[in-house]
Design a protein around this ligand. Sequence first.
Ligand SMILES: [Zn+2]
Length: 262
Amino acid sequence: MDPDKVVRLVTALKLSSSPNKDPPITFEADSLLIGEQRIGRCLVAKVFSSKAVNHEAFVNQIPRILQATKHIEIGVLGDNLFLLDFKSIQDKKRALYGGPWNLFRDLIIFREPSGMQTPNMMSFTEISIWIQCYNLPLIFLHKDFLEKLGNHLGVVEEIDTKENGFAMGRYARVKVRIDISKPLKQHIRLSLASDEDEVFVIFSYERLPDFCYNCGIIGHSFRNCDVDPQEKGKLNYISWLKAVQRGGGRVKSRQSSPPNTW
Ligand SMILES: [Zn+2]
């Protein structure tokens, strides 16, 4: 039987509550120092692809994708799940913080293993990504506002502003940790409490991996979308991409949800 299936079965059966009452084998933390040092150099990578990723292809492509300066030893942990042992801490940091990364346009998420985590226990649901915010009223170009705006998208990690705290240019940039199990936000509505006008702020994601044009979620394609076929096409994410390329425009909203008001 496939070892991964065995693990899933064992987990499902919750063997800890089985008749076998033997005590667990317990180790002192000090005895695991060698293992700790080793996983301190490692990352676990998951490739979001509907096809099985070939190990050899992964080994060949990853150093180029990460622009690694030193060798990376790579092993297979499971379906599209890999262990990377870095010789350079800088290479590891780049993999961890420099994404999002793609392998043949499929998203790769890197995570640091820790403690008693097994690969199956690790969570690969978030990525950090720079988001360009178009069509912002000029009075909103300060980092304090941009942080509030970014918090509507996820967890703000960085804001690209000048020393005086203001953004300059055609758009403002905010680095946000987003949950990839939720649809990408295409835009948000803004208004002032003292003004009836509303503004669409349009988002464009830098280095955005392939995502589903049907439901707006990263990690699967339109063909593999679970959303009811009757619903397919309603969200029209292709139009969203074109709108971002044009830079958006100030339009009156016809949505029923309330605007975000400051
Ligand atoms: Zn989908």
